[in-house]
Design a binder for this molecule. Structure first.
Ligand code: GLU
Length: 550
């Protein structure tokens, strides 16, 4: 067989040589040890937590080492592609604060290792396929779907391995005449790689996550170029990650099965394979069965990335939580370093677990409470304002009408060793602060059980008469004590507990009445501060309204 003639017959339009292409992709000039990583999502319109999980590994590996993190759009499967899919990808990553150094952008691309959309690289892949054909390492296969199904059925009947290998690789050694004959007829064909591997052989692989392993050599003549001239994932991965200088490929463990194919292709091309980090699946405890299972697109809304934005999960909390799943020592580090940026944590693939990571949304909420409790009031305000702008326009209006009023409230209980942890989601902000806005104030005037309506009215009137918005919390408490004495309540809780029959209740009941009037509920942050933010007129108005309603 004259392979050069075959190559020329199949790819007359390809005139560049592999060497010419290699020259267009010079070796990257990076510091020693710098890692080059990439995200290679397909524009299916659905971005899931697994994408973000992997992207965080990529981003950390690259940026921690002074390397490059780039975005390549893997759009070789036109059937799965949806309109706007690329936009969804780019916006999703950027909304989680992951910045690509190069690659596809909304309006084009950035960087000199492109094109970064695989659909624009057809000629380039074909050039390398042509060189494989010239070397007798690839050939056209004209099998129809029916023929392949018949082979599959025969393999099933004979209890043989499935696939295109051995005697089933029917186009492997055809003559030029037979090939020419099909080409003349216009029969569609794919290009297959000629595998010299055997399933009797093992290949050693050292995975950055899974550790040392042995994988079975590939004996299948896999498709590298589809009938439309577009490569399969396997071939595109090898060519792109070589040319673009990727040093670590981070991808889901579902790709481990075809790793032997990839290693074999790298060898056939004469290229050094990158390092691989195959990440474990995200699992959850099924609420119905109590068993562990993979997160499912159909059953688990939390698998979709847009869920987190809609529900108001803070971006830094999601990222911190993913980091706790990725690196077993992150939580300990965070406890020791509560105030430093997450990116100061020395991330390492060595601390990644090879088995499934258990995703627990309640744990995420706990992380989120901690993360929010460490933010400044200004930052919390900015996040809530942004979230409400997209999700609750009326609340947004109230919030931004008077930013310093909103921020003063959000500042209560912030800072110090034990900050308040009222918020886990930005959507918690409204129920936490609605009573501060007259428009949302819907008081529940249910009184503590020891307090009669008549006493409550008296307490409110007595307090209104001595209200001072500039009281200190201690000054406020003194007033509560004196009102307690006045109405037959114990001014000292200990005294009350020792002799409850002697009193109607204790000083806590007095402040509860005031809280119910001012905040319209039994739980609210520091009352004196709340009242000083609300201002004299509003407080007096609320005290009066409550007294009148009782
Ligand atoms: N396009 C592949 C996917 O969406 C990417 C796998 C990889 O990163 O190599 O799963």
């Amino acid at each position: 067989m004259d392979y050069n003639r075959l190559a020329e017959r199949l790819f007359p339009h390809i005139t560049d040589s592999p060497e010419q292409i290699e020259q267009q992709y010079p070796k990257r000039d990076l510091p020693e040890g710098a890692k080059v990583t990439r995200m290679g999502p397909s524009p299916t319109g659905f971005m899931h937590l697994g994408n973000l999980y992997g992207a965080l590994v990529d981003e950390r590996l690259a940026h921690q080492s002074g390397g490059v993190f780039y975005l390549r759009i893997e759009d070789t499967d036109k059937k799965r592609e949806v309109e706007g899919g690329v936009k969804t990808i780019i916006e999703a990553f950027s909304s989680f604060g992951l910045q690509f150094d190069e690659g596809a952008t909304l309006d084009g691309e950035r960087g000199v290792y492109g094109p970064y959309r695989q659909s624009q690289r057809a000629a380039l892949y074909q050039c390398f396929v042509k060189s494989l054909v010239e070397r007798g390492l690839a050939y056209p296969c004209f099998c129809t779907e029916d023929e392949l199904s018949a082979a599959h059925a025969a393999q099933e009947a004979n209890k043989e391995n499935f696939g295109y290998y051995g005697k089933y690789a029917v186009w492997r050694d055809r003559t030029m005449e037979e090939i020419e004959n099909e080409l003349q007829k216009g029969t569609p064909y794919v290009i297959r790689f000629r595998s010299e591997g055997s399933i009797e052989n093992k290949v050693k692989h050292e995975d950055l996550v899974k550790g040392k392993m042995e994988v079975t050599e590939n004996d299948q003549d896999i498709v590298i170029l589809k009938s439309d001239g577009i490569p399969t994932y396997h071939f595109a991965h090898v060519v792109d990650d070589h040319l673009m200088g990727t040093t670590v490929v981070v991808r889901g463990e579902e790709w481990l099965a075809t790793l032997p194919v990839h290693l074999q292709l790298f060898r056939a091309m004469g290229w050094k394979a990158p390092k691989y980090a195959h990440t474990a699946q995200l699992m959850k405890i099924d609420p119905e069965t109590g068993g562990k299972r993979k997160l499912s697109k159909r059953k688990d809304p939390e698998l979709a990335l847009d869920f987190y934005y809609r529900e108001g999960y803070p971006v830094p909390a999601v990222m911190e939580y993913l980091m706790t799943l990725l690196n077993s020592n992150f939580e300990e580090w965070r406890r020791a370093n509560p105030d430093v940026p997450m990116n100061d944590f020395p991330f390492s693939t060595k601390k990644m677990s090879g088995s499934g990571a258990l995703f627990d949304i309640e744990k995420l909420k706990d992380v989120s409470k901690n993360v929010i409790s460490r933010m400044s009031a200004d930052t919390v305000y900015d996040y809530i304002a942004q979230w409400s702008a997209d999700n609750d326009a009326d609340f947004h209006q109230l919030l931004v009408r008077n930013p310093s009023f909103s921020k003063a409230y959000l500042a209560i209980g912030r800072g110090g060793k034990k900050p308040r942890k009222d918020l886990a989601l930005w959507s918690d902000a409204k129920p936490y602060m609605d009573f501060m806005f007259d428009e949302l104030f819907q008081p529940d005037y249910t009184l503590p059980e020891h307090v009669s309506a008549e006493d409550a009215k008296g307490i409110l009137t007595a307090y209104a008469a001595q209200f001072d918005e500039n009281d200190t919390p201690d000054g406020f408490f003194e007033k509560m004590k004196s009102i307690a004495d006045q109405f037959g309540f114990a001014s000292d809780t200990k005294v009350y507990k020792a002799n409850p029959e002697a009193y109607k209740g204790a000083v806590g009941d007095i402040s509860m009445v005031i809280r119910i009037a001012v905040a319209g509920r039994q739980n609210a942050p520091d009352l004196q501060t709340v009242m000083s933010i609300l201002g004299r007129d509003r407080v007096l108005d609320r005290l009066n309204k409550c007294a009148a309603a009782l």
